[in-house]
Structure formats: structure tokens, C-alpha cells
Design a protein around this ligand. Structure first.
Ligand code: PLP
Length: 383
């Protein structure tokens, strides 16, 4: 049985006619950039994420970049983030001349560890602290970071929070005030990606920034179009960060299915839990779920040894799997100048060595999950 890590063709089959009709509308309108489809998508994403405003941009990476620019982050500024994430979280910080400050992750959620965050900040000199401008928490794999703690730290320092919610559209965390809050609605900025592998994926690149701050919203819209306002008058240096209407048209079709698809992912995660438990497989650590809503962009398990052998075995059995991420950012070659040693973020190093993502996409069938768990059981017996 061949089971890919993600089956976008299967998904396309279910929405083909709608997608073709929606893109035809764009052909007929000949409005390709920041047109009516992009605007409609912005309204829908703002409402969905419980933010007041949303600004469609060219990618998740550009969502991060434009948010950092809007927050005034520049050369010499310090920005705290996680070393265990996709590259662009820290890449965007460094591209602006700012300095990523890596704080290790929690071993259960793989999100930034609030205790280590407080500790790192408490050991900063007054000079360093004066340069600290923002925190970029990542809601990794579709589960929110510990936002209450992060908000408390940011408030006490008077710094900005930019949520990297690229993998977390519709994720919710249980706030200490008892309410469920959505990813992208609690920081000053929320950054989303429509990369095809995300829960809401386009047929190319796309992204969105959410904010509930009117001034930030106005700044983002200006930076998105080269800093121009009115046209050809440039107050600031922005960039080409616009969203295409063709992508927005496709995303609007898919948006109608997003909650159904997310529920399917959550059901698949439950099926894995049930099947691993029934088989009595204890060598595998399943994803930790906080109270709230995990949207399972990835279903990532941990195995204490022979992870690479497991990956090879599953691949040979036709089961798609992937390592997210094999090299934590604090030891990436391009960040060598920052002077980190591997042991500065030991939990990230361990996660990079022991975790592996299994298929969890909405179209995955129960028998396929059974097959995957069966094969993992066989592998463990052979070891
Ligand atoms: C996908 C992703 C991004 C970047 O999004 P793109 O649309 O690919 O530029 C940033 N951060 C995280 C955590 C991601 O998963």
C-alpha cells in the first residue's frame, strides 16, 4: 500500500469543479493582484482567526518579514524565537539585520519553553534588554505555544509579539481567563502561510498577516506595496509583498472546507492514538495535546532510538514520512556567526534526532492508519 505524507491530488478531486469555476472568474475579471478575491479572503481570514484585520501577502515568509518591518525591527535589534521551526522564522529576523535570540523548546509540545524564555531574559544585560524588541513564538505542528506566559513576558518588557501561525490556522489555546483564543489573534501580528502543505494551502505561494491594531494594519498595507501611499509617493521602503487573486480564489473555495478537513485531521490523530494503544506500542511517544485545539498540520511522533532506520523502513514500505526538522536553527551554518553551541538548546537537538512526521492529511483512511501502525509495530519487533 502506498501512502504519501500528504495527498493533494485526492483533495483536488473533491473540489475540482469549484476550483476551476473560481479561477475562471478571475480570468474573466482580469483582476490579478489584490483584487476582489484577495479582499474577500482577507475579510474571511480576519473573522476566522478572530482578529480585526487581515492583510494578504505573498507567502508565510513575507508575512513574517512584513510584520517585523511594521514593528520597526532593524539592525542590531534582538528578537527572541524558537530554534526548532522552519527556517524562515529566524531567516526573516536576520534579513532585517536583527539578531535572532534562540530560546530552547519544551520537550512535550516542541514550542518555545516559557521558563527558559524568562530565564534567558533575566540573564540579559540592561544594554541587551534595551535592544530586545520582539518575541516570535511558533505554533509548531498546529498547536499553540504557551501564549499566556509569552504575553506576560512581552507586556513586562513592552515588546511586540509576532505569532508564527504558519502551521496553525484555526488552532486555539486555552487562555487563563477561561476562553479559547485563536492563533493569530493574541499577538500584535499573526503570520499565516498558504504554502500547499499547510492546512489551507494554495496552488502556489501566499500568506496573510492578521492584526487587531488599526495603525499596524495601515502600515502593513503600505509596506506591502513598496511603501507607497499615495501611489508613487514612498514614505518608507517596503517591498513587493502582494497576494494574487488567482491564489485567493482557490483559497476561498478551500476555506469552505477548512474546518471539515481539520476535524478529519483531528480524527486521524485520535485513530493513531487508539491504534498505538491497542497494539501496546510504548516505544513511541505520541504528540502531546494541550487543552485547546490542535489542528495537526503535522502528526509528529518521537522514538528514542533508530529514528533514521524507522524512516528508511517506512519509506521502503511506501509510507510517506518526513523529519521536521533535522537541523535546529541555532546550529545552522548560516547562523554560525551568532556563536551558539549545540548544547545551548539541547531539547531542540534531541527533537531533531528523535522525531518523525507521519501522514495525517484529511483524506487518509482508517485502514491506511491501521497499516502504518501495523508496520511501525513490525519495525519495532525487528529492532
Ligand atoms: C511554512 C512555514 C513558514 C513559511 O511559509 P511560506 O509560505 O513557505 O513562506 C514559516 N514558518 C513556519 C513555522 C512554517 O511552517
Amino acid at each position: 500500500m502506498d501512502i504519501p505524507l500528504l495527498d493533494l491530488k485526492a483533495q483536488y478531486e473533491t473540489i475540482k469543479e469549484e476550483v476551476i469555476a473560481a479561477t475562471m472568474e478571475v480570468y474573466e475579471s482580469q483582476r490579478f493582484i489584490l483584487g476582489p478575491k484577495a479582499e474577500e479572503l482577507e475579510r474571511k481570514i480576519a473573522a476566522y482567526t478572530q482578529a480585526r484585520y487581515a492583510v494578504g501577502v505573498s507567502s508565510g515568509t513575507d508575512a513574517l518579514l512584513i510584520s517585523l518591518m511594521s514593528a520597526g525591527i532593524g539592525p542590531g535589534d534582538l528578537v527572541v524565537t524558537s530554534p526548532y521551526t522552519f527556517f524562515s522564522t529566524a531567516g526573516s529576523i536576520a534579513r532585517l539585520g536583527a539578531i535572532p535570540v534562540f530560546v530552547d523548546i519544551d520537550h512535550l509540545t516542541y514550542n518555545i519553553d516559557p521558563e527558559k524564555l524568562e530565564k534567558r531574559i533575566s540573564t540579559m544585560s540592561a544594554e541587551e534588554r534595551s535592544r530586545l524588541k520582539a518575541i516570535v513564538p511558533v505554533h509548531l505542528f498546529g498547536q499553540c505555544a504557551d501564549m499566556d506566559s509569552i504575553i506576560a513576558v512581552a507586556k513586562s518588557l513592552g515588546i511586540v509579539i509576532i505569532e508564527d501561525a504558519a502551521q496553525a490556522i484555526g488552532a486555539e489555546y486555552n487562555s487563563s481567563d477561561g476562553s479559547l483564543k485563536r492563533a493569530g489573534s493574541v499577538g500584535n501580528y499573526g503570520c499565516f502561510s498558504f504554502f500547499p502543505s499547510k492546512n489551507l494551502g494554495s496552488f502556489g505561494d501566499g500568506g496573510m498577516v492578521t492584526t487587531s491594531d488599526e495603525e499596524a494594519f495601515q502600515r502593513l498595507k503600505i509596506i506591502r506595496v513598496h511603501g507607497s501611499q499615495p501611489k508613487y509617493h514612498h514614505k518608507v521602503i517596503g517591498g513587493c509583498f502582494r497576494l494574487d487573486d488567482l491564489q485567493a480564489a482557490i483559497l476561498l473555495v478551500k476555506f469552505n472546507y477548512l474546518d471539515r478537513w481539520t476535524e478529519k485531521r483531528r480524527e486521524n490523530a485520535c485513530a493513531y492514538r487508539e491504534l498505538f494503544a491497542r497494539k501496546g506500542i510504548e516505544e513511541i511517544e505520541l504528540p502531546f495535546e494541550n487543552k485547546g485545539r490542535h489542528i495537526y498540520n503535522q502528526f509528529v511522533i518521537k522514538i528514542s532510538h533508530k529514528r533514521d532506520e524507522l524512516k528508511r523502513y517506512l519509506t521502503n514500505q511506501g509510507i510517506g514520512c518526513e523529519i521536521y526538522y533535522p537541523v535546529p536553527l541555532h546550529i545552522q551554518e548560516c547562523f554560525r556567526y551568532l556563536g551558539y553551541r549545540p548544547e545551548d538548546c539541547p531539547v531542540s537537538i534531541e527533537a531533531a534526532a528523535k522525531t518523525i512526521a507521519l501522514p495525517v492529511y484529511p483524506e487518509l483512511r482508517y485502514e491506511q492508519i491501521e497499516y502504518i501502525v501495523e508496520k511501525i509495530g513490525t519495525f519495532l519487533k525487528m529492532m
